[in-house]
Design a protein around this ligand. Structure first.
Ligand SMILES: Nc1nc2c(ncn2[C@@H]2O[C@H](COP(=O)(O)OP(=O)(O)OP(=O)(O)O)[C@@H](O)[C@H]2O)c(=O)[nH]1
Length: 449
C-alpha cells in the first residue's frame, strides 16, 4: 500500500473523527493494513480487522491494553519512543518498528503515529497505522548482501571498474569507481567520485588531447571507447588501458561502463622488444629494417613540407685488412668504436644505422645540404682520429662517404642508390673522403677531402 493512500486515509479519518461520523469506524474497518486508535498514554481504544491477521491475536486482545505491549522491549522499545515523540510534539511520527507476532515471528513495520485534531477539552487521541514491510526489508537485506559480495569481487579485480557520466554540457562525473583505484592511481574512489578532475588532471599532458578526442568520438558514435594512455601517479608514470561501453540515457546523459587496467609492465616489455627488434646487436645503433621504417617517415614529412633531407652512405675503408690482420674480434671492436664515434658526431634525432657488415647510413633530419657537408666532414675527421688500442697494437680507421639528398619528388630508394654511387666514387678516388651525388643541391663541383 502506498504512502499516498495512507495519507488520504488519514485525511478522511481526521475530518470524520472531528465530525464524529460513523464514517470514522467504517474507514478504520476498511483500512487495508493495521489501523488502531490509541490515547495519549498508548491505551488501545479500537483496532481494525486487519489487526488480527497482522498480530495473530484476536481483535479484542489488545483493546484496553497499552500498544507498547507489541514492542520487542516494552520498557525501552521503539513503540514507546514513537508514541512519546508524537504526543510531545503533537506531530506525526513515521519510522520503522520491529514488532513480534503472537507466534513469535518478528515483523518489520512501516509505522505512522498521527495525532488527531480534537475538540477543545477532549483528550488527545492518535491514529496508528502499521504497514508490514518484512518482505521488502528481507529483499533489501539480500540486495545489500549481494552488493557487498559484488564490491568484494570488484575489489579483487586487477584494475578499476568504473561508471562515468558526461552531462549534455560535457562535464564528466564518476558515478562509481572500484577500490582498485587506490593501487592504480594512488587516489581514493571517493575523492574522484566527488571531483572527477582529481583523476582527469593526472592524465599525462601528452595524452590528454587524444583522450578527450576519443571520448568525444565514443559519445557521438556510441562505439566502444578504447585507449592506452599514461597516468602520472605518486609512483611515477603508469600506462593504463581503458575500455568502456557507452550508452545514451533518455535525459541526454552519456554513461560509460568500463575497466581501467595497469599495463605498465606490458608496455615496458613491448618497448624493450621494439628496441631489440630495431637495434643492431653488435653496435647498438639502428638496424637496416628500423632505418628504412624511420627514414620513410622522415621522407613523408619532408615531402609534405617541400624540403630536402641529406642522406649519406658510409663504408669503413680496408676493413677486410683489419679483420685479416688482427682477427674478427678486433674487427667487431672497431665496428663498435666506429659506430659510437659517428653517433657522437650527430644530433639525437638524426638517424644513424648499420645497414650491412661495415656499411652505415645517416639521415640528417632538419639539415640543409650545406650544413650536411660540415657535419659529415667533422664525422670523417673524428673517425680518422680514432686510435684503438688492441692487444698492444694501435688500430686506425678511416671512412668513405657518399652524400645525396631525398628530394620532395624523389624516393628513399633513389636517394640511397645515388649516395651509394657517390660512395663508390669516394672509394675510387682514394678513400677517406666524402663524394657528392651529381645533382647535390648548391654544389656543382665534386666535393673531395
Ligand atoms: N669483424 C667483423 N667483420 C665484419 C662484419 N661484417 C662484415 N665484416 C667484414 O668486413 C669486411 C668487408 O670487406 P670488403 O667488403 O672487402 O671491404 P673493405 O675491406 O672494407 O674494403 P673497402 O670497402 O673497399 O675499403 C669483410 O672482411 C667482412 O668479413 C662484422 O660484423 N664483424
Amino acid at each position: 500500500m502506498g504512502m499516498t493512500r495512507i495519507c488520504d486515509t488519514w485525511r478522511q479519518w481526521r475530518s470524520a473523527w472531528r465530525e464524529q461520523t460513523p464514517l470514522a469506524r467504517t474507514l478504520l474497518d476498511c483500512f487495508p493494513g493495521v489501523a488502531m486508535l490509541i490515547d495519549a498514554d498508548g491505551i488501545v481504544l479500537s483496532v481494525n480487522p486487519g489487526f488480527e491477521s497482522f498480530s495473530g491475536h484476536p481483535p479484542g486482545a489488545l483493546v484496553g491494553r497499552r500498544i507498547t505491549c507489541l514492542d520487542m522491549d516494552p520498557l525501552h522499545g521503539d513503540i514507546s519512543h514513537a508514541l512519546a515523540q508524537s504526543v510531545a510534539g503533537r506531530a506525526p511520527w513515521r519510522g520503522l518498528l520491529l514488532c513480534r507476532r503472537a507466534d513469535g515471528q518478528l515483523i518489520h513495520q512501516d509505522a505512522v503515529f498521527q495525532p488527531l485534531e480534537t475538540l477543545s477539552g477532549e483528550k488527545l487521541k492518535l491514529l496508528v497505522t502499521l504497514h508490514d514491510i518484512t518482505e521488502l526489508h528481507q529483499c533489501a537485506l539480500q540486495d545489500h548482501a549481494f552488493l557487498e559480495r559484488l564490491q568484494g569481487t570488484l575489489a579483487q579485480l586487477p584494475g578499476v571498474v568504473f561508471q562515468l557520466c558526461q552531462s549534455a554540457r560535457g562535464d564528466f562525473d564518476f558515478l562509481y569507481l572500484s577500490d582498485g583505484l587506490q593501487a592504480l592511481a594512488g587516489l581514493s574512489p571517493r575523492t574522484v567520485m566527488d571531483n572527477a578532475n582529481a583523476l582527469l588532471t593526472r592524465v599525462h599532458t601528452k595524452d590528454r588531447e587524444v583522450l578527450n578526442t576519443s571520448m568525444a568520438q565514443s559519445a557521438i558514435s556510441l562505439d566502444i571507447w578504447e585507449l592506452d594512455f599514461r597516468l602520472d601517479t605518486p609512483d611515477g608514470v603508469r600506462w593504463i588501458e581503458g575500455r568502456a561501453t557507452p550508452q545514451r540515457r533518455h535525459d541526454g546523459l552519456t554513461l560509460w561502463d568500463g575497466l581501467l587496467l595497469d599495463i605498465t609492465a606490458r608496455k615496458r616489455e613491448e618497448q624493450r622488444t621494439r628496441r631489440l627488434v630495431s637495434t643492431d646487436m653488435l653496435t647498438g645503433v639502428l638496424n637496416r629494417r628500423a632505418f628504412f621504417d624511420y627514414a620513410e617517415g622522415v621522407r613523408a614529412l619532408a615531402t609534405r613540407q617541400q624540403r630536402t633531407v641529406p642522406l649519406a652512405m658510409l663504408d669503413i675503408d680496408h676493413f677486410k685488412v683489419l679483420n685479416d690482420t688482427h682477427g674478427h674480434a678486433a674487427g667487431d671492436l672497431a665496428l663498435q668504436v666506429f659506430a659510437m664515434t659517428c653517433r657522437n658526431c650527430l644530433r639525437p634525432y638524426d638517424l644513424f644505422a648499420r645497414i650491412g657488415g661495415e656499411e652505415f647510413a645517416v639521415l640528417l633530419v632538419d639539415t640543409s645540404p650545406e650544413e650536411a657537408l660540415g657535419v659529415l666532414e667533422r664525422l670523417r675527421e673524428a673517425v680518422e682520429a680514432i686510435d684503438l688500442d688492441y692487444k698492444g697494437d694501435t688500430l686506425s680507421l678511416t671512412v668513405s662517404l657518399g652524400l645525396s639528398v631525398i628530394t620532395p619528388e624523389g624516393s628513399l630508394d633513389l636517394a640511397l642508390s645515388q649516395a651509394d654511387r657517390a660512395l663508390y666514387q669516394a672509394k675510387d678516388a682514394g678513400r677517406n673522403r666524402l663524394a657528392l651525388a651529381p645533382d647535390y643541391p648548391g654544389v656543382h663541383a665534386p666535393h673531395e677531402h
